[in-house]
Design a protein around this ligand. Structure first.
Ligand SMILES: Nc1ncnc2c1ncn2[C@@H]1O[C@H](COP(=O)(O)OP(=O)(O)OP(=O)(O)O)[C@@H](O)[C@H]1O
Ligand SMILES: [Mg+2]
Length: 257
C-alpha cells in the first residue's frame, strides 16, 4: 500500500447554528487517502461534503483530532492544498491571465515569471488564445478549466475539487471528465472530488466515500471495479450497474433518515 498523503485521525467538528445550538457535524472520523489516488465523496445536499474540504484546507479547524498532510500534522494548512471551491471564484473584472496568476501573485512571484508559468499550462488546458478575455466571455467548461489551472498552480500534490462540473451540460461534462483523468495521470496528483452524480464518481474514482449518517463518524468506502484507461461504456457493465444501484439506495436511505 502506498503512503498516505491525507489522513483524518479521530476528527470532530461542530458549529453553532443561528439559534445558538451547537450542531455536531463530524464525530470521531478517520480516513486515509493514498498517494496518487482519485477519491470521490458523494452524499446528499447538506451532508457535510464541503465542510470536509474546508477542514482539509484549514478554513475550518476540527474541535478534536488531527488532520495530517503528507504525514505531518499541520495546523496552519491554508495554501498547502490546491482547492477549487464549489462556486466559481474567477474575478469578472480580471482577464483570464490575471485570474490565473492569482495564486502565484499571492506567493509573491514576480509578474513576468508568473505569466510564464501560466503560459506553459494554457495549451494543455485548452485555453490558448483566451488569456486576454474576461471570464464572462468564456463557456462554462472553459471557466472550470481556468479554475482548475489555478488549483494546479498551487503546486500542491493534493487537489480538492468541489463539484467542479455540476453546472455543465451532459456532453461538456463528459469531455471534462475525460480531460480531468488525462491531467490526473499526467500530473500524478492525488485528487479528492465531491459530486452528487453517482455515474461521475464511478467513472472517475479508484474509491468512493459515501456520507451516510449525521453526524458523520464513518464513511462507507466503495472500491470501483474498473481498470484504467476507462471509457463511459464501462459504466454499463453488469457489476458497475449493480454497484450504482447499491450506491443510489444508500443515498436514498440517508435522505429518508
Ligand atoms: N461553520 C458553520 N456555521 C453554520 N453552518 C454551518 C457551518 N458549517 C456547516 N454548516 C451547515 O452545515 C450544512 C452542511 O454544509 P456543507 O456545505 O458541508 O454541505 P454539502 O454536503 O457540501 O452540501 P451541498 O451538496 O449542498 O454543497 C449546511 O446546512 C451548512 O449551513
Ligand atoms: Mg457543498
Amino acid at each position: 500500500m502506498s503512503e498516505s498523503v491525507l489522513e483524518f485521525k479521530n476528527v470532530s467538528f461542530s458549529y453553532q447554528n443561528d439559534k445558538n445550538q451547537r450542531i455536531a457535524m463530524i464525530e470521531g472520523l478517520n480516513l486515509q487517502i493514498h498517494d496518487g489516488e482519485f477519491v470521490s465523496i458523494i452524499g446528499p445536499s447538506g451532508s457535510g461534503k464541503s465542510t470536509i474540504f474546508r477542514l482539509i484546507t484549514g478554513l475550518e479547524q476540527p474541535g478534536e483530532g488531527g488532520i495530517f498532510l503528507n504525514g505531518k500534522q499541520t495546523d496552519n494548512r491554508l495554501g498547502i492544498v490546491g482547492y477549487m471551491p464549489q462556486q466559481d471564484l474567477l474575478m469578472p473584472w480580471r482577464t483570464i491571465m490575471e485570474n490565473a496568476v492569482l495564486p502565484l501573485e499571492i506567493k509573491g512571484v514576480k509578474n513576468a515569471a508568473a505569466e510564464a508559468q501560466v503560459r506553459v499550462l494554457l495549451k494543455d488546458f485548452g485555453l490558448n488564445g483566451v488569456e486576454n478575455k474576461l471570464p464572462g466571455d468564456l463557456s462554462g467548461g472553459m471557466k472550470q478549466r481556468v479554475s482548475f489551472l489555478r488549483t494546479v498552480l498551487s503546486g500542491s500534490n493534493i487537489l480538492l475539487l468541489d463539484e467542479p462540473f455540476s453546472a455543465l451540460d451532459a456532453i461538456t461534462r463528459l469531455s471534462m471528465q475525460e480531460w480531468l483523468l488525462e491531467q490526473w495521470e499526467k500530473r500524478q496528483k492525488t485528487i479528492l472530488f465531491i459530486t452528487h452524480d453517482v455515474d461521475e464518481a464511478l467513472f472517475l474514482s479508484d474509491r468512493i466515500f459515501v456520507l451516510q449518517q449525521h453526524p458523520i463518524s464513518t464513511l462507507q468506502v466503495v472500491e470501483v471495479p474498473l481498470e484504467r484507461p476507462r471509457s463511459v461504456r464501462d459504466l454499463s457493465r453488469a457489476e458497475v450497474v449493480q454497484l450504482k444501484e447499491h450506491l443510489i439506495d444508500q443515498l436514498r436511505s440517508r435522505m429518508k433518515a
